[in-house]
Design a protein around this ligand. Structure first.
Ligand code: AMP
Ligand code: MG
Length: 417
């Protein structure tokens, strides 16, 4: 049986980043940039005013005071019509270019304008003495032509969208979201809006996995429920193999009706591993399918990566966070793909036992002296309710051990990438 680290390594070596395509900037949030962005302009593109006020020559001010002749009015989007000479000032608005000769902007609150008989205005200034550059942002202060601004592999957040817009990239090279099919299996499952009869339960995993996919940057495709019957399963698997990823929930362990591994193999999916030394989630199955049936519906032209996730809801959730998310990150071309644990201080005593490391639903919080983690009350892999009290999983290594308050415990936060 593979360890978690071995299973992650197998995923990373098996999944290859998909081919980038041109994506509209509007649709790029959350994707991974597949090109390096170098600035082709200076920002700001000219020396600009950072305040509404008057562009002046510092040499004209005597301890912050002066009366100057107003020779121009420059609004944003326009250019100065003349330089500012000695004894002169230009009224200027935020964002407008600084006229030649001026070396500071005095804000409007520190001025008042008096009209004089000859029709020209004069501005009286009384301010804290400015220095050269006060309220001016010089050309190229934020970016210069040739500066490397964004590396390939960067996840696009709202601020990246803004900078790309500033640089004029209406389209960018990125790997499009993978289409990820979700197929729930089990005779006992009924849809969420149905009332379960005796022996039945609602299909909670499908909705949860669709949500996890959306949060991990995938494009989720619902494939519904397949009964534990070979022909039904076979048909649904065929449909799912048209996606970039196929996630099946349930039917992967040792029960009489656990038909998923054999049906996946019958469909030509190559098994890469089955079972990982982990709790919850031991029966997880991973494989690759190389011959997609209908190329026009496949978005990448690559293989389909297939995960059989254990049906117990917490197993399914944890396996997604550990393994499926890693595969998605790798597919999207992210630089760091494996889950990143945070070392946190355990707040309570916690006994763990067994031959597998346990990923335990827990609350990770930031105390004054650093991160701290508290396992929630958890009744095992079928207890999904515990996860709504949690925001992370605390990793308790294999073996019988009583962890003490204050012990450093690795924890993995459940969060958006
Ligand atoms: P299985 O992996 O198919 O043996 O299922 C293990 C447990 O998970 C059983 O108690 C199932 O009823 C439950 N289970 C399977 N699929 C789902 C699902 N889609 N939603 C909620 N529970 C499920
Ligand atoms: Mg089942």
């Amino acid at each position: 049986m593979l360890t978690v680290a071995e299973a992650l390594a197998a995923i990373v070596s098996e999944v290859t980043p998909a081919a980038p395509t041109a994506v509209a900037l509007r649709d790029s949030l959350g994707l991974i940039l597949a090109e390096q962005i170098v600035s082709d302009c200076d920002s700001p593109p000219f020396d600009k005013a950072l305040m509404d006020g008057f562009a002046v020559r510092i040499a004209d001010l005597d301890d912050g005071r002066a009366t100057l002749r107003v020779v121009d009015e420059i609004t944003a989007g326009n250019v100065p019509s003349c330089p500012v000479d000695s004894g002169e000032a230009a009224q200027i608005m935020t964002g407008a270019p600084i006229p030649n000769g001026a070396d500071a902007v005095v804000r409007v609150e520190d001025t008042n304008v008096t009209p004089s008989d000859d029709g020209t205005n004069h501005v009286n200034i009384e301010t804290h003495p400015p220095s050269v550059g006060t309220n001016i942002m010089y050309q190229g202060t934020a970016m210069r032509v040739g500066d490397g601004i964004l590396p390939a592999g960067r996840r696009i957040r709202p601020q990246e969208v803004g900078v790309l817009a500033e640089l004029g990239h209406a389209r960018i090279a990125a790997i499009p979201r993978p289409r990820i099919g979700v197929l729930a299996t089990g005779d006992e499952l009924v849809p969420v809006d149905a009332t379960p009869a005796a022996g039945q339960i609602r299909n909670s995993n499908e909705m949860m996995l669709l949500a996890q996919i959306a949060r991990a940057g995938g494009d989720a495709v619902s494939l519904g429920i397949a009964r534990d019957k070979r022909d039904e399963l076979r048909e649904c698997i065929q449909q799912g193999l048209q996606c970039d990823f196929l996630l099946l929930s349930g039917g992967v362990s040792a029960g009489k009706l656990d038909l998923v591994p054999s049906e996946l193999q019958a469909a030509g999916v190559n098994e890469l591993f089955h079972k990982v030394r982990v709790k919850p989630g031991k029966p997880i199955w991973f494989g690759r399918f190389s011959g997609r049936p209908s190329p026009e519906t496949n978005s990448s032209g690559g293989p389909t990566y297939v995960f059989g996730l254990p049906g117990n809801p917490v197993s399914s959730m944890v396996c997604f966070e550990l393994f499926v998310r890693t595969a998605i990150r790798r597919y999207l071309g992210m630089e760091f793909v494996e889950p990143k644990p945070i070392k946190a201080r355990l707040t309570v005593e916690h006994a763990s036992r067994g031959d597998r490391p346990t990923y335990y639903p827990a609350r990770l919080e930031w105390a004054n002296d650093g991160p701290q983690v508290t396992p929630v009350n958890w009744q095992g892999s079928a207890d999904l309710r515990s996860t709504v009290e949690a925001n992370s999983m605390a990793l308790f290594p294999a073996g019988d051990h009583v962890h003490k308050p204050g012990d450093a415990i690795e924890s993995i936060e459940w969060k958006e990438d």
